[in-house]
Ligand binder design. Structure first.
Ligand code: NAD
Length: 538
């Protein structure tokens, strides 16, 4: 095949400008004849893209169209996302990406990312070097173990790292050329996939135990050697694997887990925001969790650190956190608690009635991480309303069918007094003539901003303090007017601006704590802006 630079330029999504190549460029790169005569602006191209998108009805087909655009013309793709994030986030990421992952094996298309299987454990470095970019700074990596609420999707989970990295760029301007989605293939326990001739990954059940951990270790070593400035974001691993991997590597390399730390940070941001807007010190909050598993542990751990930052001792902080699991209140007299649960067990009477426990403990907030839809029943909300002027109701379980209550139930049963945020989205609710906009604890306010700060400062670690700083910065950006309509998080329409402000605070923390790999600039905001991706043709 003869070499032709123009043809390659058109086929590389990073260099492709399509009809926007100028006459001079067309001549210089051998593009004449490969394009129609009309030279178009980015704006004209956007008109065409929007027109085509409007003709497509189903979200999954819009997703496919957008994925194809990302693989064809990166500038156009990000221009679209960054101009209307509220519209495109649900198409590029949740909820649409879930369906896209399920169908991944059946949709034949080119995707951005690397597949590394456990059989390739001994030559991961060579595989990483097959990636055409030498200085990768950010990877989102999954083993497909627990994709959203959909369970084990094996390598079809790659859609999640792709979507998430698109949000790093689309929501905070992390340049896409520095990002790399990766899926680690250790097999799958998904029976449907194992029997599907179109499943493209290893066709055996998951490798677990030492062989699995050795593979993760080989990956971490290789990726840090090939890309020395990289930050690894672990994504959608099964809970036990997620906690073990994070604990093993968090103090060794630059890494974090968004399911654990990002979720905890956005929940904490919500509570900080409520405290600030109610004019009440955060240290006065008292939390009762329904569910004492991985999510509860992650959120509680961050709340404790926030309490400590605000002057409480760890012992005092623990007095503000109570938990209830499938067997009842976590109390010292129970002998069935896991190690990590012991710290949350109080010297108190046992209880197996959550609504009654509310009257006794008098929490300012209840947090649902039990996976039990409807567990915050009328009695629970009424009791919360009896002990609080403004009861804080956070049903965080996903998907919507698992939410401990709906927004409508919370507002109705509390007679319009509830402050509500959930894991899954709920539509606005009108109660007695007042319209409330339910908050959604969406990590998208945290991880892209964190990514920008880490990328620009070349941070060596991701610490919990950085995530608390992020939570505080998110909370600062909610106005009293928004709060009165029920909002405790900023609006997604402003995500780029919000992310930049959050990134500024995180970057300042990184510089001030000796975690940066570059000199502290005089003006951090200007420095960050200079590093941000702008979706324009160069
Ligand atoms: P998990 O299995 O680790 O923990 C579930 C906990 O709920 C256990 O302690 C269990 O004893 C308790 N439980 C079960 N049934 C109960 C009942 N009837 N009454 C009281 N407690 C009960 O699960 P997890 O990883 O902690 O996730 C929990 C939920 O949180 C999931 O629905 C998940 O989607 C959600 N989550 C949400 C986000 C978010 O961003 N919103 C992030 C992470 C997890």
């Amino acid at each position: 095949m003869k070499k032709n630079s123009g043809y390659s330029l058109l086929r590389d999504p990073r260099t492709n400008k399509g009809t926007a190549f100028t006459p001079e460029e067309r001549k210089k790169y051998g593009l004449e004849g490969l394009l129609p005569a009309q030279v178009e602006t980015l704006e004209t191209q956007m008109l065409r893209i929007n027109g085509q998108l409007n003709l497509i009805e189903s979200p999954i087909n819009k997703y496919s169209y957008l994925s194809n655009l990302l693989e064809t013309n990166e500038t156009l793709f990000f221009n679209l996302i960054m101009n209307d994030p509220a519209k495109f986030l649900p198409l590029v990421y949740t909820p649409t990406v879930g369906e896209a992952c399920e169908k991944f094996g059946h949709i034949s298309r080119r995707v951005k990312g690397l597949f590394i299987s456990i059989n390739q454990k001994d030559h991961i470095k060579e595989i990483l070097r097959n990636w055409p970019v030498e200085d990768v700074r950010f990877t989102v990596v999954t083993d497909g173990g627990r994709i959203l609420g959909l369970g084990d999707l094996g390598i079809c989970g790659l859609g999640i790292p792709i979507g998430k990295l698109a949000l790093y760029t689309g929501c905070a301007g992390v340049p896409p050329e520095f990002t790399l989605p990766i899926v680690l293939d250790v097999g799958t326990n998904n029976e449907k996939f194992l029997n599907d001739p179109l499943y493209p990954g290893l066709r055996h059940t998951r490798i677990v135990g030492k062989a699995y951990d050795d593979f993760i270790e080989a990956f971490v070593v290789a990726v840090n050697e090939v890309f020395p400035k990289i930050c690894i974001q672990w994504e959608d691993f099964k809970g036990v694997d997620a906690i073990r991997i994070l604990n093993k590597y968090r103090n060794k390399v630059c890494t974090f887990n968004d399911d654990i730390q990002g979720t905890a940070a956005i929940a904490t941001a919500g509570f900080i925001s409520i405290s600030r807007l109610m004019g009440r010190p955060f240290a006065e909050q008292r939390f009762l969790f329904l569910g004492a598993g991985a999510a509860a542990f992650g959120i509680a751990d961050m709340l404790i650190q926030k309490f400590q930052k605000d002057g409480l001792s760890r012992k005092e902080a623990l007095e503000h956190i109570w938990m209830f699991d499938v067997k009842g209140l976590l109390v010292k007299s129970r002998n069935d608690l896991a190690d990590y649960q012991l710290q949350f067990a109080h010297d108190s009477e046992p209880s197996d009635n959550f609504a009654e426990a509310i009257l006794k403990i008098k929490p300012t907030a209840i947090v649902g991480v039990s996976t039990v839809g409807g567990a915050f029943d009328k009695q629970v909300i009424e009791n919360m309303s009896a002990v609080n002027e403004r009861p804080i109701i956070f049903p965080y379980s996903n998907p919507t069918s698992h939410s401990e209550c709906t927004a409508e139930q919370a507002y109705t049963w509390s007679e319009g007094r509830a402050i509500f945020a959930s894991g899954s989205p709920f539509a606005a609710v009108t109660y007695e003539g007042i319209t409330f906009t339910p908050g959604q604890g969406n990590n998208v306010f945290i991880f892209p901003a964190l990514g920008l700060a880490v990328f620009a400062t070349e941070a060596k670690r991701v610490t919990d303090e950085m995530l608390i700083t992020a939570a505080e910065a998110v909370a600062e950006q909610v106005s009293l007017q928004d709060f009165e309509s029920g909002l405790i998080y900023p609006k997604v329409d402003n995500i780029l601006k919000v992310s930049l402000n959050v990134a500024e605070k995180i970057a300042a923390h990184i510089f001030d704590n000796g975690l940066a790999g570059v000199e502290k600039p005089a003006d951090i905001l200007a420095f960050l802006k200079s590093k941000m991706y702008v979706p324009e043709y160069k």
